[in-house]
Design a protein around this ligand. Structure first.
Ligand code: PDD
Length: 285
């Protein structure tokens, strides 16, 4: 069954959706994106994703292609058109099409806005929630502005391939001896009841799920420390986990072949996954 996707104001079957070969997203990775989850046909954390989109665009000298309210309507129409109950919505904004030139084209050339849905039956019933992820560590070789959610995902993609080749589920990236984040998620460890995750900065993406999960953790009187940690510290931790919009909270049970804690999903990650699912379902729109 063909999906209905959104391209620059039109809702069209995916086969007839096109963007220009001159699109700067295609030629320069000159664009940003968001991935938002849908449960029970409703959107999770919409406001946070739109706020970050606006920030990413601003950092690249771009504006919102349409107002936030219209973005919500587009999300909702795609959910309805595709009868999406559980899955994700991918949104991409690029600087648009212009003859190839490193210099940005003059404003007003017209941005490209694309959104599409991806139905998933395993967002909530993710088998990895019970099994836990095995991860490897790899050097962080991305560019320096990881706080901007750009579409240049080649290194994260290479990282996932390195993990796959090593028989692992994912990779955590390490820079100057400390973990930055996962290839497509934020990284955490738990030691003696304290949750440790790297502080916000240009080195990591400011995860929307991270923000919500840290708030829920603090509300549940859990101790949180935002600071860098090493892979050795992670291997010696009681628990480890990751967060992202499409995985919520998933435990990490093995790092570079070493079991974390008991080698099974820990109570903190399991509890935070439950709280995140309950709370974000309640506030979904
Ligand atoms: N990835 N760090 C990186 C490098 C990411 O790519 C992501 C999200 C996150 C988590 O952010 P959030 O909680 O806002 O999803 C952290 C998305 C899901 C993706 O690329 O598919």
């Amino acid at each position: 069954m063909s999906r209905i996707v959104y391209v620059n104001g039109d809702y069209v079957p995916e086969e007839s959706a096109t963007v220009s070969v001159f699109d700067r997203g295609f030629l320069f990775a000159d664009g940003v994106y968001e991935v938002t989850s849908v449960l029970d046909g409703r959107i999770l954390d919409f406001e946070g994703h739109v706020e970050r989109l606006e920030r990413s665009l601003g950092e690249l000298g771009m504006e919102m292609p349409v107002p936030a309210g219209e973005l919500l309507e587009i999300h909702r129409r795609l959910i309805a058109e595709n009868d999406l109950r559980e899955g994700t919505i991918y949104l991409q904004v690029t600087r648009g099409a212009a003859d190839r030139d490193f210099i940005y084209p003059a404003a007003g050339t017209g941005q490209t806005l694309v959104l599409f849905t991806q139905a998933r039956a395993d967002l909530v019933d993710n088998p990895m929630a019970a099994k836990g992820l095995s991860i490897i560590s790899i050097p962080d070789e991305r560019w320096g502005r990881r706080d901007i959610k750009t579409v240049q995902l080649l290194y994260p993609s290479m990282g996932k391939m390195m993990a796959k080749a090593a028989g692992a589920n994912d990779a955590w990236m390490v820079e100057d001896g400390h973990v930055t984040e996962g290839t497509s998620n934020n990284a955490y460890i738990v030691k003696d009841g304290t949750i440790v995750t790297r502080q916000l900065g240009n080195e990591i993406l400011h995860g929307i799920t991270r923000k919500a999960v840290l708030r829920f953790a603090r509300e549940a009187q859990m101790k949180v420390e935002e600071r860098p940690f090493t892979i050795e510290e992670a291997m010696a931790a009681d628990e480890a986990f990751v967060t992202s919009a499409s995985t919520f909270v998933l435990p990490v049970v093995e790092i570079d072949g070493t079991a974390v804690g008991s080698g099974t999903p820990g109570p903190v990650a399991t509890r935070l996954r439950e709280i995140y699912l309950d709370e974000s379902r309640k506030s979904a729109i």
